[in-house]
Design a protein around this ligand. Sequence first.
Ligand SMILES: Nc1ncnc2c1ncn2[C@@H]1O[C@H](COP(=O)(O)OP(=O)(O)OP(=O)(O)O)[C@@H](O)[C@H]1O
Ligand SMILES: [Mg+2]
Length: 257
Amino acid sequence: MIKLENISFSYNKKQEFIKDLSLEFKSGEITTILGPNGSGKSTLLHMISTYLKPKSGKIYLGDKDLGKLKQKEIAKYISCVYQENESPDDITVRDLVAFGRTIYPNVKKEDKEENEKMIDFALKATGIDEIQNKKVVNLSGGQKQRAFIAMSLAQNTDVLLLDEPTTYLDIYHQIEILEVVKTLNEKYNITIIMVLHDLNQAINYSHNIVIMKNGKLIKQGKSEQVMDEGTIKDVYNVTGYIHKQDEEVYFIPKQIC
Ligand SMILES: Nc1ncnc2c1ncn2[C@@H]1O[C@H](COP(=O)(O)OP(=O)(O)OP(=O)(O)O)[C@@H](O)[C@H]1O
Ligand SMILES: [Mg+2]
């Protein structure tokens, strides 16, 4: 479990953007963070990945206080695909994925086999083993996104953070990525915390939803508990209908307020 305890954070000295935020993410689940642009979703992921340090409060992974661990140690437990990803120009997909193993630089000979095995696994699990020798610069947006997910997967962590993994992708490739995410969770028991903008994809692919606005936690829970017309209107300034059918919930947007 990842637990944030009374977290505060500010980008500038004048104003605290996140104030006294407490939140839990359950192990083995997919949690999606929703919220308008600028609501603090990436900031939250960056604090969990320890790329950003909270001004006060603690973040625990199980009983480990992340603030007390070295970066290399944290990288054994948590990997992250950021909203914007860059790679060296001339690198192949396999070499990019191999970067995920660089947290284990002093590997013994027998461990080198383990490295190659993990890279093969990551390429297969994300369905890009056939393009592993292609240059990353020549990939389509969806292939590139998978390559970065594969790199994080090669890191072999229990927790994977994904910041808008479906951005720029057409609907087919969005679903393709989300199916990869689902498989990683179901088959390999990886805890996923991701940011999405599509409410219905969040409902479909998450066990839990976290809704943020202006650096504050608005709601957390199962989609049927947190997704209601009033909350969506308050958070996004969009009216619409929640459609419930059997166990399923959909949001159909109507207009902006
Ligand atoms: N490096 C930074 N320096 C100063 N302010 C920042 C920085 N990064 C983000 N912010 C501000 O912090 C707030 C939250 O940004 P954040 O990137 O966490 O939002 P987000 O919910 O991920 O938005 P989006 O959906 O657009 O990705 C915004 O007001 C943003 O302008
Ligand atoms: Mg963001």
